[in-house]
Design a protein around this ligand. Structure first.
Ligand SMILES: [Zn+2]
Length: 287
């Protein structure tokens, strides 16, 4: 009987101990689980904080970018305007240097536009490239336009096919002009800011359309590279620098041609030697 009782008590003690152990393990497990959950929560919080931080940083960057652009615009507030009678470039007030000339390259981007852009860039000279839509059909041509634009040059519209506008009805003129705006915008993300009619031949309709499309109309003061006698470097450099048409605000017409490319650097240097500043076309008032 006593033996039985001892046995019973022993079994009871073992059972209690076992139960206690089990509950301890459970507790430990629960604590572990809770710790895990807590850990996950914290890490979620971390990620959240991180992504919030990234977002904040991004939005700060955007604000900075915007500010930089605004500052840039302020720095590049218009200083010049295209004279609608002479096509020369006039300062907007008398404090602004009038001793400037504008460089323009037409019929681009053909064989030499990119190289001409590089020469201009190396010589720290701005220019407007007037482009034709038929020269913007291939991926390579589009790429070249994008490169020229990314180098900081201004893009102007020179019609799709270099058409003589007075020969075309209004629908066809509209197509010649609007198509190029669409093409240019698709390639560089911005519409042309200037319009120059092929051969300088505008119509009342093309003038009105350029205005509606918010492009500044522009012809030129002088240019020679399309005349047979100036289709070589030396003669072209000489006439571009010696012509009596060279004066304050002169708007120089050049083309995407080999002899013009060859003459370009000497023309830039010669203009500067004569005391002219090559105007940054970004400083010309647009719409
Ligand atoms: Zn042309």
């Amino acid at each position: 009987m006593r033996n039985n009782m001892w046995l019973f008590i022993s079994v009871l003690i073992i059972m209690i101990t076992l139960m206690a152990c089990a509950s301890e393990t459970n507790k430990e497990k629960m604590v572990e689980e809770e710790q895990q959950i807590q850990k996950e929560k914290t890490s979620n919080k971390d990620t959240q904080t991180k992504s919030e931080k990234v977002k904040k940083k991004e939005s700060a960057n955007k604000v900075n970018e915007k500010k930089a652009k605004e500052n840039d615009k302020k720095l590049k507030a218009p200083q010049y305007v295209v004279d609608k009678k002479t096509w020369s470039i006039r300062p907007l007030n008398e404090d602004i240097d009038e001793n400037i000339v504008l460089l323009t390259i037409d019929d681009a981007p053909d064989q030499h536009a990119l190289e001409m852009a590089e020469i201009l860039k190396e010589n720290n000279a701005g220019a407007i490239f007037f482009v034709n839509g038929h020269l913007l059909e291939t991926d390579e041509q589009k790429q070249i336009l994008k490169q020229i634009y990314d180098m900081g040059f201004i893009i102007g519209n020179h019609t799709y096919s270099h058409a003589y506008l007075p020969d075309l009805n209004e629908n066809k003129q509209a197509k010649e002009i609007e198509q190029v705006n669409e093409m240019v915008e698709e390639i560089i993300g911005e519409k042309p800011l200037f319009f120059r009619a092929p051969h300088g031949a505008n119509t009342d309709f093309s003038k009105k359309l350029a205005d509606e499309e918010e492009m500044v109309l522009m012809n030129w003061s002088y240019g020679y590279d399309f005349q047979a006698e100036y289709m070589e470097k030396e003669a072209l450099v000489e006439i571009m620098l010696q012509t009596e048409l060279l004066g304050n605000g002169a708007n120089l017409l050049m083309h995407d041609r080999k002899w013009t490319k060859d003459a370009l650097e000497e023309i830039i240097i010669g203009l500067r030697e004569k005391g002219y500043t090559i105007v940054d076309p970004n400083l010309i008032q647009v719409y």
